[in-house]
Each structure stands twice: as structure tokens, then as C-alpha cells.
Ligand binder design. Sequence first.
Ligand SMILES: *[C@@H]1O[C@H](CO)[C@@H](O)[C@H](O)[C@H]1NC(C)=O
Ligand SMILES: *[C@@H]1O[C@H](CO)[C@@H](O)[C@H](O)[C@H]1NC(C)=O
Length: 199
Amino acid sequence: MAKSLHISSFLLTLLILTSALSFSLITAKKPKSRDGYSRVLSPATLRLKKEKLSHLRFYFHDIVAGPNPTAVQIVRAPSTNLSSTGFGMVAMIDDPLTAGPEPTSKLVGRAQGIYGSASLGDVGLLMALNFAFVDGKFNGSTLSILGRNAVMSPVREMPVVGGSGVFRFARGYAQARTRKFNLRTGDAVVEYNVYVFHY
Ligand SMILES: *[C@@H]1O[C@H](CO)[C@@H](O)[C@H](O)[C@H]1NC(C)=O
Ligand SMILES: *[C@@H]1O[C@H](CO)[C@@H](O)[C@H](O)[C@H]1NC(C)=O
């Protein structure tokens, strides 16, 4: 008895949920334009207020050596005489981002993505990264970076191509400066200054 009651209340819940779902499918506002799948919205509909400009500064720790690397090579550069720039190498990273330059400093996010050696003439990386923040008002939000990183230059600029959460509609740029590079291990600490427009 108790079991069948349990099952029927489960079924009832399911019924309510599915009918609510189909109701919402029917009542969801349909795009009104002639093409049938798009419409023009007022920014107020998405509760977008004034656009802000934020400056974020954090330190990127690219750890390639030791027992717990955060950057791993997934494609080796072919051993031709092009390899003086490592052309063809690809690495996957999940690098910690900290508030200060020390690795023990407060973790504010992680840089997750791929970089690859995309230049024949110099050491120039193609960076395709998401900065995933885990602290403060940007906790849970991400910024997406897609750009060229000529690692030997003192300052490299990469576009912010978008974002999520607080960073929806983001655009801007990131400047990278290498603060530490261990020639023996390849480990690096890079300062990032990110200037980003968002709502
Ligand atoms: C590249 O390697 C080939 C074969 O080893 C050699 O003949 C050629 O001169 C090299 N080219 C350059 C630009 O070093
Ligand atoms: C960030 O958000 C997660 C998920 O909501 C939460 O568990 C965590 O405590 C937050 N961290 C900080 C430092 O606010």
C-alpha cells in the first residue's frame, strides 16, 4: 500500500513536471520575425545594465616538469629542421592562476585549454584558453582567449573573444609578461593583465 502510494505520487510528480515542461515549450515566446527563428530584443530583456570595464591581474603558472605538471605536451613537433621553433607542438594545460606571483599565493582561477607552436619563424604560440575563475565576484565565470603569443617578446597581447557568467558579452584584451622562466625545467610564471568590457 505504502509502496503503491509512493509510486503513484512519483507518477503524479512526473506528470506535473512533464505537463509543466510542455506548457513552457508552448508558451515560450516565439521569435516574431519573418524568418521564424530570430527576433530583436531590448537589452533590458536580459537585464543588461551599463557596460563596465574591469582590469584583472593574476599570475599564470605553467608547470611542465616534476611529478604534477599542469601543462602536458600532447603532440610532439616533427623532427625536421623546422623544429628550431618547435613548430607543430601542441600542449594541453590546466594551469593555476593566482593573485600573487608565488605559486602558494591565493588561487583565483585556472587557465584551461590548448597552446601550440604555430610559427615557423619565431617561437609563436596559438593560445586557445578559458580562464575559469574560482574566487570572488567572478567565481564560476569564464573568459575565453584566442590569440598569438610570441613568448620571447616582453609583452604579448591576446584578444578576449568572449566569456560566460558575469563575463557574458565580454570583449577586451590580455597582456602577458613572463616574470620567471626556469631554463632547466621549462616552468614559467606569467603575469596577465586583462582589460575587459562586460555588463
Ligand atoms: C633541412 O634539412 C635537410 C636534410 O637534412 C637539408 O638538406 C637542408 O639543407 C636543411 N635546410 C635548412 C634550411 O637548414
Ligand atoms: C565558488 O563557487 C563555488 C560553487 O558555487 C563554491 O562552492 C565555492 O565555495 C566558491 N568559492 C569562493 C572562494 O567563493
